[in-house]
Design a binder for this molecule. Structure first.
Ligand SMILES: Cc1ncc(COP(=O)(O)O)c(C=O)c1O
Length: 439
């Protein structure tokens, strides 16, 4: 039997003499060559060889163009469906939705949660602003929870303290790919009827107590932005849920368009969607076929990518563990596993002879530059501009304050050569030793 097209797989008019796809302009074969050039630019030392090879490729693409027909479907087609099906199997999730980015996933989760202006959302101090972008945009109140000093993930005890009758959602973050402690958060959520949206931007493939991260909350969103372990040609997101809302997912991605139902003399109906507190109007977060294809290809390598990163993390930990004053991140166990997106490096300033700011300056001098890490959300101007008393908030997050100012940074874990990794470990260790000897 022919598979029924999902409700938002648009313009799927099937075989026809003049198919609907004809209304769009096709991608030309010359465009493909430019895309190849963009994705595979010349290496610095091989420019001449590169232009010779590119000429050959240009000829081949031209010949290929002469006997091919242009891709008919560029948005929300078979690649997106296949990606969503494969992700659902990997995560053991009932419903999956490929989107423009993780931020869009949070937005949809909050919309189903029925978040209204004035409601409260609890988010951890240490994360990226995307975690709270939607609540801020609609005038919900963001309540910042302090973090666990070892993982820098949301501290469930502080969440409990900051819970009020107005709390409608909690958004834990699996920072750097290491799972947040979700059991106590889910217990609180069940008791108080609160929606949990996991910010799993760093955590595609992570596991918490034997379950895939992103599927423990009511919703979970992953990011495939270019800096993540795998990406969807630069941008992409995946929203997952096991709640009954999942049946309306496809409509939440694309403006509530319902291809399964028609108004008279028209192709489809448009519907509002039902959140926990009434109807809402969804936005447009559609992603493209080529992004889904790229992510499908990268997904095949995900296991190896995580394994390689884990090995690099284990190497760093084995070197750092021997040094007084360096605090290493928690290791994986059989059932709780990180994606090793980032390596969380912390120092104990009293034992390391100085704090992380001093260490970062020393690393910079050794050529280990541009180390990114996450500032507590309340440090950004937007919070004050929107009327938050950021000084008072900082006082309620002493662990995040101390960690940010004095204790932590993230080291990258991408595809290092062993010599680079060794250099990185040596640089950290020798810098700490210098600090300890008063230099
Ligand atoms: C912790 C965290 N949450 C959310 C996001 C947002 O992801 P996206 O760019 O896919 O919206 C990021 C992106 O870097 C992130 O680091």
């Amino acid at each position: 039997m022919k598979k029924k097209a999902a409700a938002d797989f648009r313009y799927n008019t099937g075989a026809a003499k003049i198919p609907w796809a004809a209304v769009g302009e096709p991608i030309a074969s010359e465009d493909v060559l430019e895309m190849v050039r963009f994705l595979l630019p010349p290496s610095k030392d091989k420019k001449v060889k590169y232009s010779q090879q590119l000429k050959k490729v240009a000829g081949e693409i031209k010949r290929l163009g002469a006997c091919s027909s242009p891709a008919g479907k560029l948005s929300l087609g078979n690649q997106v469906q296949e990606l969503e099906a494969k992700a659902a199997r990997m995560l053991k999730a009932k419903h999956t939705l490929f989107l423009t980015n993780a931020t869009a996933g949070f937005e949809i989760g909050f919309q189903f949660a029925g978040l209204q202006p004035g409601d409260e959302v609890i988010a951890p101090a240490i994360t990226f602003i995307a975690t709270i972008a939607y609540p801020l945009s609609i005038g919900a109140k963001v309540v910042i929870a302090d973090v666990n000093p070892r993982t820098l993930n949301m501290d469930p005890k502080d969440v409990k303290k900051k819970l009020t009758r107005k709390t409608k959602a909690i958004i834990p973050v699996h920072i750097g790919g290491y799972p947040a402690d979700l059991d106590p958060i889910m217990r609180l959520a069940r008791k108080h009827n609160i929606t949990v949206i996991e910010d799993a931007a760093h955590a595609y493939g992570a596991m918490y107590k034997g379950r895939m991260v992103g599927t423990l909350g009511h919703f979970g969103a992953f990011s495939f932005h270019e800096v993540k372990n795998i990406n969807a040609l630069g941008e992409g997101g995946l929203l997952v849920t096991n709640t009954p809302h999942g049946k309306d997912f496809a409509k939440a991605r694309f403006l509530g368009v319902n291809m399964a139902k028609q108004i008279p003399n028209w192709l489809y109906d448009v519907t509002a969607l039902k959140g926990r507190r009434g109807w809402f109007a969804p936005g447009n977060h559609s992603a493209t076929e080529i992004q889904a294809l790229n992510l499908l290809l990268q997904s095949k390598r995900l296991k190896n990518i995580i394994a390689k990163r884990k090995k690099a993390a284990q190497y760093l930990t084995s070197r750092f563990r021997k040094v007084e004053g360096i605090i290493t991140p928690p290791a994986d166990t059989a059932k709780t596993r990180s994606t090793h997106h980032l390596y969380l490096l912390q120092v104990d300033p009293a034992k390391a002879g100085g704090d992380i700011q001093k260490l970062k300056k020393k690393l910079d001098m050794k050529g280990v530059v541009n180390i990114p890490h996450f500032a507590p959300l309340y440090k950004f101007s937007i919070m004050q501009q929107l009327g938050y008393n950021t000084k008072a908030i900082a006082k309620t997050c002493p662990v995040a304050e101390e960690a940010f100012n004095h204790r932590f940074t993230h080291l990258p874990l991408y595809d290092f050569k062993q010599a680079e990794l060794k250099y990185l470990a040596d640089a950290v260790i020798s810098s700490v030793k210098e600090m300890q000897s008063g230099k």
